[in-house]
Design a protein around this ligand. Structure first.
Ligand SMILES: [Zn+2]
Length: 154
């Protein structure tokens, strides 16, 4: 059984039929990053029961892109492959910056400590009124939260 399994994994002296060297490892690492990001995104979405793109998705995208770009530039030297990965890192970095800014600006609920978006007036978790970070004289507190707890102040 083990011999049969070893023959299936290693044949002609190659693991999984691939002639491994440093650039192959970097290229396959890029593929693993790109593939695993979908698992991370799927897991986050199932967990919250709404479509979520966690920052790990963008980190994996950036890592995968840089690995594949290095592989294309320094090993494959193929213009199609290089172009396919030359610019995709830009939105990944931009999304990571925006993700970081929105996380920093998030409003923390004083009741349940859930982090709601910066524009939220009510906690997305428990519906409690979030304290105003910039109180203004004469502004009313508005109406109670709507069903998703993110009603805008009018
Ligand atoms: Zn809360």
């Amino acid at each position: 059984m083990i011999d049969w399994l070893m023959l299936a994994v290693v044949w002609q002296g190659k693991f999984l039929g691939v002639d491994w060297h440093t650039w192959k490892v970097i290229g396959w690492l890029g593929n693993v990053c790109f593939f695993s990001r979908f698992i991370v995104q799927w897991y986050a979405t199932e967990r919250r029961q709404q479509v979520v793109i966690p920052s790990a998705f963008w980190w994996l995208s950036l890592s995968g892109c840089l690995c594949l770009l290095s592989y294309a530039l320094f090993y494959q030297r193929d213009s199609v492959f290089i172009f396919a990965n030359a610019f995709s890192w830009i939105p990944y970095v931009r999304n990571l910056i925006i993700h970081r800014r929105s996380k920093k600006a998030a409003r923390v609920c004083g009741v349940c400590e859930f982090r709601s978006p910066a524009h939220a007036n009510y906690c997305a978790q428990c519906g409690s009124l979030l304290s105003d970070p910039h109180p203004q004289a004469g502004v009313s507190e508005g109406s109670p939260a709507d069903s998703d707890g993110l009603k805008e102040r009018t």
